[in-house]
Design a protein around this ligand. Structure first.
Ligand code: FAD
Length: 459
């Protein structure tokens, strides 16, 4: 019977062996879903956030079925969510309404990454009894370079979890803490995790009912935890890193909130560069793994998607800007719309409708990479004998521009392999010389964007 079951799947991936193979083949993005969904406690979070086997496998195969690393069937998942009219390929995915918004509670707004909208929405849903908890992400107290998922059940816990952690974060492992949960839960995810949850809901209806709201963040990529380690090493001067902040708003406010490291002697280092430049530099000195083959920027299959409003006006300046911060918001499902509406009606958040095209223009470069360039990247990787995720829908063909951009991109990606050169590059990038180069590059980009009447884009 077991042999028949295995044969009928005809799959290269199955059960615990399948997950180990997924990790070995570089398809795991360390979302934590396999760990969280397993009914038998077979896995735990291992070094670097990868799943490791700690118990006996009951061969239910749920871990592999939930894995979005091996592929995402957008047409099937999209149709389940948005109906048969769903088509993969729009840059933003399905949009009911687009907004720029922020928390009306100053403490939450200033604690948040952008406008504190996600944290405020969760606080509202919790305090109004619409949810009993939220799966959110906190810095891992055992390792300042890592983040982890927790189920927050109070305003204080939600406030502690505010702020983006642009690092390895297998947060869906915390789904295992929902076993026996009676109430309704909201989950904050990056796109790969939204995909995993949608896959899970297809075979675990109970989980789908328990998770009443999926909030997806916009995401270009997650940095590998080695990025924070390398950065701490070049900035520490012998000090011990206690906490990494990726977008701390103290001091200059949004959009200048950038990477900071607190050291255990009470001192701290703040990146001299803005958040986009800092994260981009870090992305060039550490491996991005499975993020390099992800096709989703804005969490297209979430109920609500939230990011930064990196939207430029015709002079090349930020069109929406406030020191307290602003969030760019997309309502996608009726559950998402209802949650946002209830927070507005309760006076918890402010939402200003904006054309969805503005969000698309602001994120255009990243979307072009994910939607138009990555299909060519997948073909190249396949040609080189690398395993790539399965996307069973037609993807756009490459033209000369894409071939050129991808060639440069992939050459630059070789940098992380250069070991000792990494720290030298980091030192140079954050030196006065590197800052000058980045400033000139930004100014040039801003002028170009203004001249073209286009909106500039960050990552
Ligand atoms: C890895 C990553 C990459 C991102 N890339 C982009 C980008 O390219 N462009 C863009 O516009 N926006 C990006 N964002 C989103 C942006 O940084 C903000 O998270 C978003 O604007 C919401 O801000 P807020 O103030 O409303 O949320 P906050 O009130 O700060 O709440 C953020 C919520 O996200 C949760 N969270 C933090 N880190 C993670 C994580 N790693 N995985 C899942 N949940 C997490 C927190 O627990 C909290 O509940 C990214 C976020 C992450 C985590």
């Amino acid at each position: 019977m077991r042999a028949e079951k295995k044969k009928s799947h005809g799959d290269r991936y199955r059960d615990v062996g399948g997950i180990i193979r997924i990790v070995r083949e570089g398809l795991c993005h360390r979302c934590g879903a396999c760990i969280g969904i397993c009914p038998a406690g077979t896995f735990d979070v291992g070094p670097g956030g990868y799943p490791v086997q700690v118990g006996k496998c009951v061969e239910c195969d749920k871990c592999v079925q939930v894995c979005s690393g091996i592929g995402v069937d957008y047409p099937v998942l999209g149709a389940a969510l948005y109906g048969e009219g769903y088509r993969y390929g729009q840059f933003l995915g399905p949009v009911k309404a687009a907004y720029v918004g922020y928390s009306l509670d100053d403490e939450i707004r200033w604690r948040g990454t952008s406008g504190g909208l996600v944290t405020q929405l969760l606080v509202h849903l919790l305090e109004s009894g619409r949810i009993t908890g939220a799966l959110v992400v906190v810095n891992d107290p055992g390792d300042p370079a890592m983040a982890k998922g927790v189920i927050a059940r109070s305003r204080e816990e939600l406030m502690t979890a505010a702020q983006s952690k642009y690092t390895t974060s297998p947060s869906l492992a915390a789904l295992r803490d929902l076993k026996g949960e009676k109430g309704r839960i909201a989950v904050v995810c990056v796109p790969c995790q939204v995909h995993a949850l949608r896959k899970a809901f297809a075979f675990d209806r109970k989980l789908g009912r328990r998770i009443s709201l999926v909030i997806g963040l916009y995401c270009h990529f997650k940095l590998d935890d080695s990025a924070s380690r390398e950065l701490a090493a070049v900035t520490s001067r012998g000090r011990h890193a206690r906490r990494v902040w990726y977008r701390r708003k103290d001091g200059q406010g949004w959009p200048h909130n950038t990477v900071e490291i607190d050291f255990s002697d009470g001192s701290h280092w703040r990146s001299p560069l803005g958040p986009a430049d800092t994260v981009n530099i870090l992305s060039h000195v550490t491996p991005l793994g499975r993020c390099l083959t992800c096709l989703d920027v804005t969490s297209e299959l979430a109920d609500i998607s939230v990011g930064d409003p990196w939207i430029r006006n015709e002079e090349g300046r930020w069109k929406y800007s406030a020191p307290g911060g602003l969030s760019s918001v997309i309502a996608r499902s009726k559950e998402g719309e209802a949650a946002l509406r209830s927070a507005v009606e309760a006076g918890r958040i402010s939402l200003k409708p904006i054309p969805a095209e503005e969000i698309e223009a602001g994120q255009h470069a990243i979307m072009d990479e994910k939607k138009n360039r990555i299909p060519f990247r997948l073909a190249l990787m396949r040609f080189a004998g690398r395993r790539v995720p399965a996307y069973p829908m037609p993807l756009p063909p490459a033209d000369a521009r894409i071939v050129l951009q991808e060639s440069i991109f992939l050459l630059l990606r070789l940098l992380p392999a250069l070991g000792p050169v990494r720290r030298l590059l980091l030192r140079l990038a954050f030196s006065p010389w590197g800052q000058g180069v980045m400033r000139r590059r930004r100014a040039q980009k801003g002028r170009k964007a203004a001249a073209q009447g286009k909106k500039e884009v960050k990552s």
